[in-house]
Design a protein around this ligand. Structure first.
Ligand code: MG
Length: 246
């Protein structure tokens, strides 16, 4: 299955080989078990502002910038974009709710994935659409020795955000590697789309409530149910890459 995924990737991207040197990790739903708090915070904020939304929407929109999510809700409810003032107010309210609910828990298995990646000699970077300082600033503490602010792409660095390839292209640049020299690890459909659009081999972990199909349709090259199973399979992935003559 891994071998087939590699062959499909090479064909699709017209690359000769996959030779990983870096892994670009999404943050929410991959490194932190924080998506349910984001979804709850977004949904409550939307209700307060009479915006049409259900909690699942926020798993579908995950990875987008806050502004883009707010515009989507305004378009849907009022058939117009939100004003700058509305965007600021709503994002701040959402952040307040999020910080109240979020327990800052690391995603189960994520530390094992990081250890396996480091052990394989690959760099580790974070590429997130998040602008939540509360989590971004915690990364170096939760996962000591893996991430530095210089090698991070956040909402503060990008113009478009996921599903645009921009954040992952920026991640490649920060890592100093090419598209066929990296992996993306993502849990969100729009994040997967962004990784794939950047030409990177994209591994999805379905840590949320969406059906697997949504991540596969977004173009995921491989799919795991959680970070623990990805950690267990990491050496197998690396072996398959070696075997495929890379
Ligand atoms: Mg995510």
């Amino acid at each position: 299955m891994i071998q087939e995924a590699i062959n499909r990737y090479l064909l699709k991207t017209k690359q000769n080989c996959l030779s990983p040197k870096a892994v670009l990790f999404d943050m929410d739903g991959v490194l932190y078990d924080s998506m349910r708090f984001h979804a709850r915070a977004w949904h409550e904020t939307a209700m307060n502002h009479h915006l049409q939304a259900v909690e699942e929407d926020f798993y579908m929109y995950e990875g987008r910038t806050g502004d883009s999510t707010i515009n989507e809700l305004y378009q849907r409810t009022f058939q117009r974009d939100a004003t700058e003032k509305e965007k600021k107010e709503i994002y701040e309210e959402k952040a307040t709710f999020f910080n109240r609910y979020n327990d800052g828990k690391a995603m189960t298995g994520a530390a094992d994935v990081l250890a396996a990646v480091k052990n394989a000699g690959l760099q580790t970077l974070v590429v997130t659409g998040s602008g939540q300082h509360s989590l971004i600033n915690k990364l170096e503490h939760t996962y000591p020795g893996y991430f530095t602010r210089e090698k991070m792409v956040t909402a503060f660095d990008v113009k478009y955000g996921k599903p645009h390839p921009e954040p992952y292209l920026m991640g490649l640049e920060k890592a100093g590697v090419k598209a066929n020299e990296a992996f993306v690890v993502e849990n969100a459909p729009m994040g997967v789309e962004a990784g794939v659009a950047a030409g990177i081999f994209t591994i999805a972990v379905n840590t949320g409530p969406l059906p697997d199909k949504v991540l596969l349709d977004a173009g995921a090259d491989l799919l795991y149910p959680d970070m623990t199973s990805l950690a267990k399979d990491w050496n197998n992935i690396m072996e398959c890459i070696k075997k495929s003559g890379n």
